[in-house]
Ligand binder design. Structure first.
Ligand code: GDP
Length: 215
């Protein structure tokens, strides 16, 4: 997508709506939202910033904002949601359990949630966190789009092979719930493809354009 990219225009106006520590603090369940998830250090902040051309993720990393869900308003009816990158040893176990409970409740009950972007480091895919996210998504029939991040760390052929291998495993374990692609923030690899998914989930592609994409 180019300058006409509807995502970038919208995201530049994004503002933090609320940091929720539990599900009952979420904004009203109306309109459409897309959530971003990933084990800590998977490259979630870099991907979020690259896709939106905004520095949303910095807000989420600010001490005191490392809550369960950070909601960013794009307009009156669309939101992005940054989920915590839990799964890292630094988080105390009771907090992990709290997150797990509320994250599962959020993913299974949120009607406005159109899909989840899941960031996986291409060199360490399908962590326990990733498998849990895929389980929850499958249980709720929620689409997941996997960005295999840091693709620039591998040679082109090796990155392609890694993608095929993970795609096969995901299809075997979780059926058709997930789509996958390669992504690199510094090389801006896979940005158009990912933005297209985001735009589609947020209802930003008109029918004509969707028909064109499918043709
Ligand atoms: P988060 O904890 O999942 O939000 O991860 P960050 O986005 O903060 O990234 C963790 C580290 O990986 C940082 O040092 C980033 O610079 C680096 N990183 C993130 N994405 C990429 C990428 O696509 N390629 C490379 N080479 N490094 C990346």
């Amino acid at each position: 997508m180019s300058e006409k990219n509807p995502i970038v225009g919208l995201c530049q106006k994004a503002s933090l709506l609320i940091s929720a520590a539990q599900v009952d603090q979420c904004p009203p369940d109306e309109g459409l939202e897309v959530a971003f998830a990933g084990r800590s250090n998977a490259g979630k902040s870099s991907a979020l910033n690259t896709l939106t051309h905004a520095n949303l993720a910095r807000t989420s990393k600010t001490p005191g904002r490392t809550q369960l869900l950070n909601f960013f308003a794009l307009d009156d009816s669309r939101r992005l949601v940054d989920l915590p990158g839990y799964g890292y040893a630094k988080v105390p176990i009771p907090l992990k359990q709290h997150w797990q409970r509320h994250l599962e409740a959020y993913l299974s009950s949120r009607a406005s949630l159109a899909g989840v972007f899941l960031m996986m480091d291409i060199r360490h895919p399908l962590t326990d966190f990733d498998r849990l996210m895929l389980d929850w998504a499958q249980a709720s029939q929620l689409p997941i789009h996997v960005l295999m991040t840091k693709a620039d760390k591998l040679a082109f052929g090796a990155a392609k092979n890694a993608l095929l291998k993970v795609r096969r495993e995901v299809q075997q374990g979780w059926g058709d719930v997930a789509t996958l692609q390669l992504f690199s923030a510094p090389k801006r690899q896979g940005v158009d493809e990912a933005q297209m998914v985001l735009a589609q989930w947020l209802g930003l592609l008109d029918e004509e354009q969707e028909a064109f994409e499918e043709a």
